[in-house]
Write a protein of this length. Sequence first.
Lengths: 412, 401
Amino acid sequence: MPEIFSEGFFPKINLQEGTNWATDFVRDVIIPRLPEAVAGHFPMELGTVLVMLAFAGIFVAVVPLLPLVLVLAERKVAARFQNRTGPMRVGPWGTLQTLADGIKLIFKEDYIPPQGDKLLFLLAPYIIFACSFAVFAAIPFGDGIPIPSDFNIGIFYIMAISSVIVMGVIMAGWSSNSKWSLLGSLRSAAQIVSYEIPLGLSILTVVMLVESLGMRDIVNSQSGGIFTWLIFRTPFTFIAFFIFFISSIAEVNRTPFDLPEAESEIVAGFHTEYSGMRFALFFIAEYANMFAVSAIGVTLFLGGWQGVLPGYDFLGGFPGFVIKTLGLVFMMMWLRWTLPRLRVDQLMNLCWKYFIPISFFNILGTGIWGLIFEKDDVWSIGISCAIIYVGLIGAYTVAGRNLVRKPEPQPS
Amino acid sequence: METTQQTESKIIELKPFTDEMVVNMGPQHPSTHGVLRLELRLDGEVVREAIPHIGYLHRCFEKHSENLSYPQIIPFTDRMDYVAAMNQNWGFCLAVEKLMAADESKDFAIPERAEYLRVLICELNRIASHLLSFGTYGMDIGAFTPFLYAFRDRERLLLLFEKICGARLTYNYIRIGGVSEIIPMEPGSIDEQNYLDEIESFLDYFEPKIDEYNDLLTSNSIFSERTMGVAVMSAEMALSYGATGPNIRGSGVDWDLRRDEPYSIYDRFDFDVPVAKDIPELGAVVGDCWSRYKVRMDEMKESVRIVRQILAEGLPDGPVMADLKAVRPPKGEIYFRSEAPRGELGFYIVSDGTPKPVRLKGRSPCFSALSALQELSRGLMVADIIAIIGSIDIVMGEVDR
């Protein structure tokens, strides 16, 4: 039994017990390099805090570069889907386009609606921006790469932080004093709150199998190659992965679930009234979020930084992790540029009538699976993969024939 | 006494109430297809009432025409339905020609070659118009990519129009008595052959693309969820509102002027009129948004068929312009209607024998179809309003004139 369940209702968060890399860093790297006279009196606590701040600085400087790349990638991917070339003017192959756009946005007027709630209006983009970046603090990028906040309830922390984003969205919609913004923010609130339930329930199946909420524990439990990744561990986690992925698309408000910012219906949704850098913050946060949910999906279901073959983790598994995450990000872009948008009631139907019951079924199934197979071995994984395979073939032949809607050709 | 009042006031404060929200959708809105303004009375996401306000693109076409000679009016008809300008030219020219034919002292006939060119170009223009409708409808529903696919194909059509009349959007190509000769194309010349070959290669490219678009959008589950069974316009309702063209055929009324009241040389071609049917296994109901959209997709195929028949026959020899000394219709009045891509385009002209009309009235198919919006949209959601506007395929230039 992990420690978290033994401490009563509130889980015990341990930042100190051996996992604190900042203390280790001060003790092992800094102090041996100091002159002896100073080393004995070096304040460990202050040093730890300073090291943490330094790493946080690096983190804050590096992570915002991600959206810069992703925005360009999205535009290029979209262009390929649509027989275009995408941005080509700024820099070689348009690679500096997002930078140019960012500079343009910085110099734009920062308009605040005079009838709106000024404080909330100013605050909202920062809340969304901060929350979507705070999620990165608990993501394990690779073996040996320190997780900025490596505590034993990592996935719980991520769920909690990403739930705060909806507060920013509602604040933005309300304070703009625009009817389109209000409609968009209310849509967003309903959507994010609804889809968090199947998202959390899918994560729960993983937590049940790993018996830990820590991100590093989850990754370490998938160290035996591709077939020990949690997606293949049981048939239920396989279903849970797809529910997780679709719900996370809804979480980050992308097509087919981009109702909060549906341009053809409610103009730009909750950020209609925003301009300049504040608009850019929403934009950056959206792409950061997209990367973050993909990274969480990879960590939970696709082995994190573990390689396809057991023990093979090149450069601490970091390149593999990024490739897998970008694969999911590409899937999101693919869906965005292919699919139309759902209506509000259909969106809610999908969540409440399909995803949540299936998620509960998943949890039940995972529990029973855990009772049958005491630990993961060749047998349990083999049976799981066989069931997944048969299920996929069955879904393809039976459901595919009925679900794919082909209108009959009009007689001519 | 005081305490009771306080508790009462507290209860009143806690009592939740909802109110209608009035939202102005447009005239500046991404998907009102121009400058339509809708006054939406919303209860949350549900539309209690959607009142269309028009007139933002009113250019006094009818009054202006009274001060222009007949050939000078043709460029103005271009600006009515700027997406299918050839058909607007044609509709007007047909009306004037009919009026002139009433004068038996002047004998003139439209040359065969001009008739063939008119049908050829107008059917291609119909394809271009329906392509734009398909693309923008996809975008209204939220799929961006079909829009660019549609524009890619429409671009090839616009290049074809540019080659024959020099313009890409407002053509002024079809004139009273024939077609414009601004870019000469000798009968049987290599130019003509090249042009027809180019059209043929476009058709060969385009025909499979229609199926591709049906796969991409028409049969998409989300798209059908959004459009099937939404805003059902019954045949009676469509007739009573005067909806025409694909809108009325989408409601199951088998009516196409090209077949039922053949004008020009449409009786020589073999084509079908697609009419919507109930498709229970998919969920499509006659008269819903999907049916109206699907009729347009099928009509493109029929237009391809007509153009292919012209290409097989080849253009006849002869002039492209009737020998008209002057356009001076006799005293009288005429109403003539033709089948434009958006429905019945009618022109009512009163002439007093001078080169200028006394009164000219355009009957716009979009205007009639738009009037049904208020009844169609009651009780639906905001997203459905967009689906309706896209499915009745309005062009505000024609609604306002």
